[in-house]
Design a binder for this molecule. Structure first.
Ligand code: NDP
Length: 285
């Protein structure tokens, strides 16, 4: 049976370390790292994520602000808020919870965030820095995956890594981070032919498609490391990943559960980015 990569435990260790660092930061500079979380509309999943982020801020000792705006908020109003937060000295990190309502152009909003406060690392400046490998922030979910792999003591050098999914927030940056660790990376997507033939050769499989339990044991190479980013709600309300845990765990050497795998790591990495942003701000970087 595969070893479980316990995201809950690892994220708690990351948060504990951040708490200690934050105490020292506050003592030295007399200010708290500050995160502003902006949510537009009342999507229940977004609400859950925002609450978890606020809770993590309180646990670590950050200052946090929530800006909950109605669904009817215009693009102009949201841009004005982002501008205000860009200029607010108490705020080191700005997170606009996605998805936004259809009438708001997400790209426009992301581009308006000061890249130094872009703790999601979605701004094109930060995306470009990740490509080059000289970055301030890493996008939270792929960074969380890397932390889990690192904690498990897995050396990626020369490993055949397959990322399924090519979104800007997960798949693409994930592939880049694996490449930076000297893996040989294949990216698959909805137009890829014979996905199973590709994943069956993966030493490390990262599933980020949003298709409940798509990857069963037949997709997995014996001894593979299986990372499940997916979060899918079944009709019976159960939360499952993109991987069929039961059958995949019989093949894998290590596997992340859902829930309790990548999800908690994402929030821990957001907290890490917020402290980085605060440190950079006080150092004038
Ligand atoms: P997107 O919908 O933006 O992207 C999904 C990707 O999967 C696309 O590249 C798409 O291909 C590909 N895809 C879809 N269906 C298939 C298929 N049948 N075979 C192969 N590829 C396919 O999703 P995200 O990247 O935002 O999220 C992916 C999953 O991760 C979701 O379940 C989401 O909930 C979860 N998630 C979890 C987080 C966490 O903290 N644990 C954080 C963020 C996301 P194409 O580009 O061709 O359309």
């Amino acid at each position: 049976m595969a070893k479980i990569l316990d995201g809950k435990a690892v994220s708690q260790r990351v948060k504990n370390a951040l708490k200690d660092e934050t105490e020292k930061f506050v003592e030295k500079y007399g200010i708290k790292p500050g995160l502003a979380v902006v949510i537009v509309g009342d999507d229940p999943a977004s609400r859950v994520y925002v609450n978890s982020k606020k809770k993590a801020c309180a646990e670590i000792g950050y200052y946090s602000e929530e800006h909950a705006l109605p669904e009817s908020t215009t693009e102009g109003e949201l841009l004005s808020l982002v501008e205000k937060l860009n200029g607010d000295e108490k705020i080191h990190g700005i997170l606009v919870q996605l998805p936004l309502p259809k009438h708001i152009n997400e790209e426009k909003i992301i581009n308006a965030i000061n890249p130094k406060k872009d703790v999601d690392a979605f701004h094109p400046v930060n995306v470009g820095k990740i490509m080059i490998g000289n970055f301030d922030f890493l996008p939270c979910t792929p960074a969380g995956v890397m932390e889990l792999i690192n904690e498990a003591g897995i050396d990626l050098t020369g490993k055949n890594c397959v990322v399924v999914g090519r979104s800007n927030i997960v798949g693409k940056p994930q592939a880049m981070l694996l490449l930076h660790k000297n893996a040989t990376v294949t990216i698959c997507h909805s137009k890829t032919k014979n996905i199973k033939e590709i994943t069956k050769n993966a030493d490390v499989l990262v599933a980020a498609v949003g298709r409940a339990q798509m990857f069963d044991g037949d997709y997995i190479k014996d001894g593979a490391v299986v990372i499940d980013v997916g979060m899918n709600r079944l009709e019976n309300k159960k939360l499952v990943g993109d991987v069929d845990f039961e059958s995949a765990a019989k093949k894998a050497s290590c596997i992340t559960p859902v829930p309790g795998g990548v999800g908690p790591m994402t929030i821990a990495m957001l907290m890490k980015n917020t402290l980085t942003a605060a440190k950079n701000a006080v150092l004038g970087k």
